[in-house]
Design a protein around this ligand. Structure first.
Ligand code: AMP
Ligand code: MG
Length: 401
């Protein structure tokens, strides 16, 4: 253990984990299945968007030249709907074409009058206001054919999936989901739904961690909780290392006699670091078991979640060269004093209120690292740097939950 980096800053820990690459593979999937996945290559548009000049309003397509003064009466010569069959529609001087949103601009027309500014009588239309050469969506004005619309590493949100469809892609190359094992440890843990005997608690960490893994677009493999025994842990570690790209444990990494995850990793694994200067969540360890990267997360429910957000997320972000939607940081003004420390990054659970002045952060719940209610009811985690005061009125950074 003497060479293991010990009680290091979060930045140092993140630098170390970045040296442990994860091999990724690429697969092609249909758009319908793309939500939450990570794009594996730059996507260039196959078409101009829009592919042709078209109307952005329901109304009449006219010649700007004919309609600079109002009222003007024109002869309606055709109707243009949003479909390809309109390609032959054209107008000459004194004429107008009734047009629907999205229909190609008739040849000769260079202005659109919205329907609200028109009085229609039989075959003629009177424009009640002078036209302007607008309400036309120009070919390629959103994106030109061949231009990169989405970059490799993009997280596929609903809106970016729409973008891929618009660019003409039915299938997308994405990073194959990583299999991430989750192992809870502790003699006291019972599955929710079972009866609790005295001294037992419901195992909650693996479920929250499983949600976090899914939020990052990967596949959680939640193993049954393991009792505090080196033999049982070893067996489960071997299984997880052979089945997963990465595995997470919760519990058993502090200094106690029963902290067997740490003991096993010390004796038979490879530890890259142990303990990080963040609060809550200072005892995490990171290393390799049989060549598979593993994070030993703390057992306290808030800590396990917080350490995932602070260490596992940056690890995957770097390994996959991506960004995640859960990585948003805002500024907020503290409504109460928040206890900070001189040596740790402090992550308190706060609720946020949006005001004209900006976000206001309150700390309504007690901040014990065993109090999952303080996390589930919170909107964000304070990013109080070591030594930052955390006094009422201070503007601080908050990581959104
Ligand atoms: P440990 O790090 O194993 O000493 O655990 C610290 C605290 O977290 C103890 O109070 C444990 O009972 C609790 N704990 C550990 N693992 C879990 C879990 N999977 N779900 C809920 N609480 C846990
Ligand atoms: Mg334990």
């Amino acid at each position: 253990m003497s060479e293991t980096p010990y009680y290091i800053s979060l930045e140092e820990a993140i630098t170390i984990v970045q040296n442990y690459a994860i091999e990724t593979q690429i697969e092609s999937i249909p758009l319908d299945q793309a939500y939450g996945r990570i794009l594996a290559s730059d996507m260039a548009s196959k078409v101009h968007d829009p592919p042709f000049d078209n109307s952005s309003m329901d109304g009449f397509a006219v010649r700007f030249e004919d309609t600079k003064t109002a009222p003007t009466t024109l002869v309606v010569v055709a109707t243009a709907q949003a479909a390809a069959s309109n390609s032959s529609v054209s107008i000459s001087s004194g004429e107008a074409v009734r047009i629907m949103t999205g229909a190609p601009m008739p040849e000769g027309a260079d202005a659109i009058i919205p329907i609200e500014a028109c009085v229609v009588e039989g075959n003629s239309v009177t424009l009640t206001q002078p036209s302007k050469p607008h309400f036309i969506r120009r070919c390629g004005e959103n994106i030109k054919k061949g231009t990169i619309g989405l970059k490799q590493g993009s997280y596929l949100s609903p809106q970016s999936i729409s973008m891929c469809a618009t660019m003409g892609y039915s299938h997308l190359p994405v990073v194959k989901k990583l299999k991430i094992g989750i192992i809870s440890t502790g003699d006291e843990l019972k599955s929710p739904g079972e009866n609790l005997s005295f001294g037992e608690i419901y195992e909650s960490n693996s479920y929250g961690l499983s949600g976090l893994v899914q939020a990052l677009g990967h596949t959680p493999i939640r193993y049954p909780a393991v009792i505090d025994s080196l033999t049982d842990l070893r067996e489960q570690f071997n299984k997880a290392a052979s089945e997963c790209d990465l595995f997470l444990t919760s519990g058993g990494v502090s200094m106690g006699e029963w902290d067997f995850v740490r003991k096993l990793m010390e004796e038979e694994g490879e530890i890259a670091f142990w303990r990080v200067r963040i609060r809550p969540g200072s005892p995490p360890l990171f290393g390799h078991w049989n060549g598979t990267p593993m994070f030993g997360l703390p057992g306290n429910p808030v800590s396990s979640h917080v350490v995932f957000r602070m260490l596992v997320t940056p690890y995957l972000r770097y390994a996959l060269q991506t960004s995640f939607p859960i990585d948003r940081i805002i500024h907020a003004k503290l409504l109460t004093d928040v206890r900070s420390t001189n040596d740790c990054l402090t992550l308190r659970r706060v609720s946020l209120r949006s005001t004209k002045e900006g976000f206001l952060a309150d700390q309504p719940k007690h901040q014990g690292s065993g109090n999952i209610d303080s996390l589930s009811s919170a909107d964000g985690l304070t990013l109080l740097q070591p030594g930052q005061s955390g006094k009422t009125g201070e503007w601080i950074e908050v990581l959104l939950l």
